[in-house]
Structures are given as structure tokens and as C-alpha cells.
Design a binder for this molecule. Structure first.
Ligand code: ZN
Length: 161
């Protein structure tokens, strides 16, 4: 396992659309391991492959409680309601914004063994999933934020995604 460098700001990899993973091989599994280790090292709750410069549809997340999820080719299949809340990103250090998101979502993905998963989520987990799937499309939270927090403002308690 290895800790990767997280790309920040306007790096082109953060603004590119990622392509689907066609075959789950050793390289993909190793990459997911590295992503998880990197996410924990930077004290985030989610990380998408483009954030370490790889435009593939892979995300890892851990909403807390040591509940690590590694998702391959995740996609939003249902979205319901709207909820605005504070959000930050490991690729935009120090920046937070108020971002409206669907209040509840259903995500389908493959797990590292290639097994189909269906995840029903609400609240912060739903937010993390939407944020990470946005990364796969080259979208950052600042594109959706209704306002950005003043850097002098007390940062919200949420960890960056
Ligand atoms: Zn992010």
C-alpha cells in the first residue's frame, strides 16, 4: 500500500470525466487500497480516483464508524428531496461551501469482488456519495455551492470529502 498525492485546485484530472472500470484486476484492487490509505492519512471521509490523478470510476468512503466502502463504477439511480449543508473537499483545502444535495439517494456499484451492490443512503452518507460521484464527472462542490464560507468564518465541523 502507498499514500498517494492528492491533486488540488484546477488540475486537469479533477476536471475530466472518468471512464468505467472494465476489469477488476490486481492493479484496480491495489489502487483502491492506496485510495483508502490516502483518504485516512488526509483525514477525509471520501476520495475519488481523479483526486490522485487517475480518471477511472473508483471511489472509497468512510462516513465514520470505520465503515470503509470501496465502490467500482458507482452510479446514482435514485435521488429524492433536497438538503443544503456545509461541504469541503480534500482537493480544495480550507474551502467550505453551502451545497444543496439530494436528501436521500440510491447508488448501485460493484464491490472489489465484482459483486453488485445497492446502497440506500440519507444525510451525510448521501452527501458523500453525491460528492464523490461528481468527481467522476469532473464536477467540484464549488460548481454547486450556493455560497462559499468566508475563510475567516469558523469552519463547519464536517470533514472534507
Ligand atoms: Zn472532493
Amino acid at each position: 500500500m502507498a499514500i498517494r498525492k492528492i491533486l488540488t485546485g484546477s488540475h486537469p484530472a479533477l476536471r475530466s470525466k472518468s471512464s468505467a472500470v472494465k476489469k477488476i484486476n490486481q492493479a484496480v484492487l491495489k489502487l483502491l487500497e492506496d485510495m483508502a490509505e490516502t483518504m485516512y492519512e488526509y483525514k477525509g471521509v471520501g476520495l475519488a480516483a481523479p483526486q490522485i490523478g487517475i480518471n477511472r470510476r473508483l471511489i472509497v468512503l468512510d462516513p465514520g464508524e470505520e465503515r470503509l466502502m470501496k465502490l467500482i463504477n458507482p452510479r446514482l439511480v435514485e435521488m429524492e428531496g433536497t438538503e443544503a449543508g456545509p461541504e469541503g473537499c480534500l482537493s480544495l483545502p480550507g474551502l467550505y461551501g453551502e451545497v444543496p444535495r439530494a436528501a436521500s439517494v440510491v447508488v448501485e456499484a460493484l464491490d472489489p469482488a465484482g459483486k453488485p451492490l445497492r446502497i440506500e443512503a440519507e444525510g451525510f452518507l448521501a452527501r458523500i456519495l453525491q460528492h464523490e460521484i461528481d468527481h467522476l464527472e469532473g464536477t467540484l462542490f464549488i460548481d454547486r455551492a450556493v455560497r462559499l464560507f468566508d475563510p475567516e468564518e469558523e469552519p463547519p465541523g464536517e470533514k472534507p470529502i
